[in-house]
Design a protein around this ligand. Structure first.
Ligand code: GDP
Ligand code: MG
Length: 516
């Protein structure tokens, strides 16, 4: 979780309320004081913090007067809810602006602006990667002729994600390069053409002039302002200055992984009414998270983000492949090709830490050092090995046993034969789980949520008997897993997906009927 310190302090301040027998004014004040201090230390503007504190206090008073929530747990809930609402307000622009959306089959030009070192080039590539993963035709143009090495930096990163790029080592006119690059990619029907511009160390007229000239030449459909979060609430003035120079459409706030002033940065940008569309959460190319105030605050408060999770799943899952697999799973079959597509979906979902923060009950779970990196590398290696399998091997549910085959796969993928054996063992492990789940009736598409609703204890037993204990522990226990499934299936977005998968009315459908 980004802003991890702020997150754990807010969460524990609210949890501490639930620990005592009564919640009186004194305890509420102490809780609000702790939350305020945490926000101030994250550099949120003092006026904003004061007004948040007052608003929460007033809500609690009103609640008391109306007598709507008595009892410790209810009071805790009221406070949690009002802190949630106020924090969300703090991160939501007061006027809603239309946010740019690319159009299929049409070329859109997206220009990135910002100071030098703010993370523009990195964010351009992350942005390209984000859309490319979703199936868009993207291209990069380097119009930074100011900094030596700018073109090479973009070139190397673009090559990593296999996105075409345009730039020059010798041309010194950024306007010309930008115009040429955009023209080339428009002709080739690229859908999202990203223009990286140069920065300067500070806001100076040369930078603004250049920005305006590039903008005139490429006529951007969207201008994204990239800002480093380390200056905290000072982001407000910087955003204003850029805003008055070029019409900024939206903002990416970077380096939220590394700085203590992230809360201040985000709230200051929101105060300028420019929508934050993404946040940068690390140096890796997949460390870019779509930003949405409600989901962000929900995760910050350790409450998870079911909508965000559903969207992530929907983006990563290939419905057609999934359909085929479901059919096989009902017969207890899990082929290597199924494992291949599952691994690819998981990798598409982005960093594991990000997924975990969306799961209620797991938001604040700390991951062991290197867990993420190790896991991703292992998955990538599996995928490379599976690329060396024949179609017949991919489609068979039977494990590969012949030494000659193992040797051939190892040679083909450049790994040690032991690693191929590891892959085969992993596949066996999953096959076993799948077949046990099928036998326990957990695969029949009828909606796990409704089964949970009918008989929670029985479901708990089923889950504990089919899933290995360490896997269950990693998911926060069977209780947490059941909650997650209920939440997921109850979500409208998930119901659509289940319908597309051909479940009887969809799993979510079962939930809805029950509610009526
Ligand atoms: P530019 O001058 O605006 O193009 O900035 P760069 O993209 O070259 O980034 C400057 C430095 O910030 C590089 O070392 C990047 O790796 C680093 N950086 C960019 N975004 C992030 C982020 O979200 N988190 C962290 N930790 N580093 C970042
Ligand atoms: Mg740059």
């Amino acid at each position: 979780m980004v802003l991890g310190d702020l997150s754990s302090r807010i969460t524990s301040a609210i949890q501490s309320l639930g620990k005592s027998a009564v919640v009186d004014d004194e305890q509420i004040d102490a809780c609000l004081k702790e939350i305020s201090t945490a926000l101030l230390q994250s550099d949120v503007n003092v006026k904003l913090v004061m007004s948040l504190r007052n608003a929460v206090r007033n809500r609690v008073k009103l609640d008391d007067a109306l007598g709507t929530s008595s009892g410790v747990l209810n009071k805790q809930k009221t406070i949690q809810k009002s802190v949630f609402d106020e924090l969300t307000k703090l991160l939501t622009p007061s006027t809603e602006q239309p946010v740019f959306k690319p159009k299929k089959g049409k070329s859109s030009v997206v220009m990135f602006v910002g100071l030098q070192g703010s993370g523009k080039t990195t964010s351009c590539v992350k942005y390209a990667y984000h859309y490319q993963r979703k199936g868009w035709k993207v291209a990069l143009v380097c119009a930074d002729t100011f900094r030596a090495g700018a073109f090479d930096q973009l070139k190397q990163n673009a090559a990593k994600i296999r996105v075409p790029f345009y730039g020059s080592h010798s041309e010194t006119d950024p306007v010309r390069i930008a115009a040429e690059g955009v023209e080339v990619f428009k002709k080739e029907k690229y859908e999202i053409i990203i223009v990286d511009t140069s920065g300067r160390h500070k806001q100076e007229s040369a930078l603004f002039d250049e920005m305006k000239q590039v903008a005139t030449a490429v006529e951007p459909d969207e201008t994204i302002f990239v800002m480093d979060s380390h200056i905290g609430q000072a982001c407000y003035d910087q955003a204003h200055a850029f805003h008055s120079a070029v019409p900024v459409g939206s903002v990416i706030v970077t380096k939220l992984d590394g700085h203590a002033k992230g809360g201040g940065a985000l709230s200051a940008v929101a105060a300028t009414n420019a929508p934050i569309i993404f946040i940068g959460t690390g140096e890796h190319l997949d460390n870019l998270e779509p930003f949405e105030a409600k989901g962000f605050v929900s995760r910050l408060m350790g409450m998870g983000d079911i909508s965000g999770l559903v969207n992530t799943i929907k983006d990563a899952v290939n419905i057609e492949e999934q359909k085929d697999m479901m059919a096989r799973l009902q017969h207890g079959q899990f082929t290597m090709r199924d494992m291949y597509s599952q691994l690819q979906s998981v990798m598409k979902m982005g960093p594991l830490g990000n997924i975990m923060s969306m799961i209620p009950g797991m938001s604040n779970m700390a991951m062991p050092e290197g867990f993420e990196k190790h896991g991703v590398e292992r998955m990538k290696k599996f995928v490379v090995m599976m690329d060396s399998l024949t179609d017949e091997e991919l489609d068979s549910a039977k494990p590969i046993t012949e030494t000659s085959r193992i040797m051939r796969i190892a040679r083909g993928s450049g790994v040690h034969p032991e690693q191929v054996v590891e892959l085969i063992e992993e596949h066996k492990k999953f096959s076993k789980i799948v077949s046990r789940m099928g036998k326990a009736g957990l695969m029949n598409n009828q909606g796990l949520a409704s089964q949970i609703g009918r008989n929670p204890a029985q479901m708990m037993n089923k889950l504990s008997s089919v899933l290995p204990q360490n896997m269950l522990n990693q998911m926060g226990g069977a209780g947490n897993l059941m909650n997650l499934m209920k939440n997921l299936e109850g979500h409208e977005g998930m119901a659509d997906m289940m319908k597309a998968l051909g479940g009887p009315g969809g799993m979510g459908g079962a939930m809805k009927k029950k509610r009526r």
